[in-house]
Design a protein around this ligand. Structure first.
Ligand SMILES: [Zn+2]
Length: 484
């Protein structure tokens, strides 16, 4: 009975053999998310949403500590607003869904279902801003957005509707605004590395890859185990373009009218796809411990005559460890082995097993999800031991992911290296002329590799350095890869 049940619920695809199938099974079987009946849309189930809530809780503290406040803007954006910023409208138009009628009547003006909220928020800024004393204005919104993807959709990684936060701030000076763009880029890097154990590269997008309407787009990029890059968060320096289009102005100290400077920044549920794919294994979900909603599952081994005593002890331990939000699985209809498999699949970082002998010795068996290592721990030591194990897991997951990133990054000296690197699913670092035409050619010749970013910490270009493709003078160092 037990083994057959196991077959039904376990992950049947291998990460190293069929990553898309494996990834989907992890999402479905760990009950994180599923497809909705509307093509390309998804349902985030409670197990998945609890992770998202932890991300929200963490990041709300971050943004509030920097003085940004939450607000809510409307879901629908009038077409006339949407069209005001020409580049923005052009960039987003292929992906916008429109509301054209309500009940039986056609609307006078089409309404866009928000793919992002710059245009709507600019309209509010216009109303709120009078003088330099009102600046900065800094808001953030948690919501879902809709982008009508035509590529094949994937749970978390690419769905038409996804959830995110979008921060929008305007400043009196360019410098303050640009500083904040970098501030939130760094916050995204910290979130990815210190909380999600996913190493990222922080850099700038090319003009071709930047956000529609931005002066510069900054990004943190992670490399997935299948060799595709995933954008984990972006921060845009928008300059004054939107401000001019929407006539957002303020009376300056000099009694003259000025345009403020604008930035926006966001991360989305796509990032959850990144953390699931980075760490999980063939047994199922591996969650970085700092974001895991339940750090511990307690499994009493109900054998022998004194099962009541074991259950009672397990309940005491649950109470004792409440700060780790533990689960207690005392279901009698499943074997301990079946339960181990189930909670491994659901990614609980630490399993505590307690049987008759353990009760006698006032101990438990502690098992780590990432390595499977087992350890006998005295019950009185658990509160001290668990945080150490969780930190060590975080470290282990981060180092593993970092090793993978290093192993899969190559430097291309010439175009042959670049093509080979992309074919071998590597992240390829190269010198580049930074011209859109050359970028288009590289994408075509490599069957889809795009520029990911120019890393901020490595831009040493010397006299005589050439572009990896066109041989014109190199202007930057950049990463190429395929991407989600
Ligand atoms: Zn070039």
């Amino acid at each position: 009975m037990a083994t057959e049940e196991k077959k039904d619920v376990g992950i049947t695809a291998k990460k190293e053999e069929d990553m898309p199938e494996w990834f989907e099974q992890v999402c479905l079987k760990a009950e994180l998310a599923e497809f909705s009946d509307v093509k390309g849309c998804m349902v985030i189930r409670p197990n998945g949403y609890a992770i998202w809530e932890n991300l929200q809780e963490y990041f709300n503290k971050v943004i509030k500590s920097h003085g940004v406040r939450n607000a809510a803007f409307s879901l629908l954006i009038p077409e006339s607003y949407f069209k005001k910023e020409a580049e923005h409208a052009k960039g987003f138009s292929p992906e916008v869904a429109w509301v054209t009628e309500a009940g039986d009547s056609k609307l006078e003006e089409r309404l866009a279902v928000r793919p992002t909220s710059e245009t709507l928020i600019c309209k509010s800024f216009k109303k709120w801003l009078r003088s330099y004393r009102d600046l900065p204005i800094r808001v953030n919104q948690w919501c879902s957005v809709l982008r009508w993807e035509t590529k094949q959709t994937k749970l978390f990684l690419r769905s038409r509707e996804f959830w995110w936060q979008e921060g929008h701030c305007i400043y009196e000076t360019k410098e303050e605004c640009a500083n904040e763009t970098i501030l939130f880029l760094n916050e995204y890097k910290k979130l990815c590395e210190n909380i999600l154990a996913v190493p990222v590269i922080a850099g700038v997008k090319t003009q071709k890859e930047k956000f529609a309407g931005a002066v510069d787009t900054y990004t943190v990029e992670a490399l997935m185990p299948d060799g595709k890059a995933l954008q984990m968060g972006t921060s845009h320096f928008l300059g004054q373009g939107f401000m001019k289009s929407f006539e957002v102005q303020f009376l300056g100290k000099d009694e003259k009218m000025h345009y403020p400077f604008y930035n926006s920044w966001g991360f989305s549920t796509r990032l959850m796809g990144g953390l699931i794919m980075s760490h999980s294994d063939n047994k199922g979900l591996v969650l970085p411990p700092r974001i895991a909603p339940n750090k511990v599952v307690i499994i009493p081994i109900l054998i022998g005559k004194e099962t009541e005593k074991i259950v009672k002890k397990a309940e005491e331990i649950k109470e004792h460890l409440s700060e780790f939000n533990p689960l207690l699985d005392n279901r009698e209809e499943y074997t301990p082995g079946w339960k181990y498999n189930e909670w491994e699949m659901k990614g609980i970082p630490i399993r505590l097993e307690i049987g008759p002998k353990d009760v006698e010795k006032d101990q438990v068996v502690l098992v780590r999800r990432d390595t499977g290592e087992k350890d006998f721990v005295k019950i009185e030591d658990l509160k001290k031991k668990i945080p150490k194990v969780l930190d060590s897991m975080h470290e282990n997951l981060f180092l593993k992911a970092q090793k993978l990133l290093k192993q899969n990054t190559v430097v291309a000296k010439d175009f042959g290296d670049l093509v080979k690197g992309i074919r071998e699913k590597k992240l390829v670092k190269a010198k580049f002329c930074n011209e859109t035409e050359c970028e288009d050619w590289i994408k075509e010749k490599t069957e889809g590799a795009t520029t990911r970013c120019m890393p901020l910490d490595d831009q040493k270009i010397e006299e005589g350095d050439q572009c990896v493709h066109c041989k014109k003078p190199a202007k930057c160092i950049i990463y190429f890869s395929k991407s989600y």
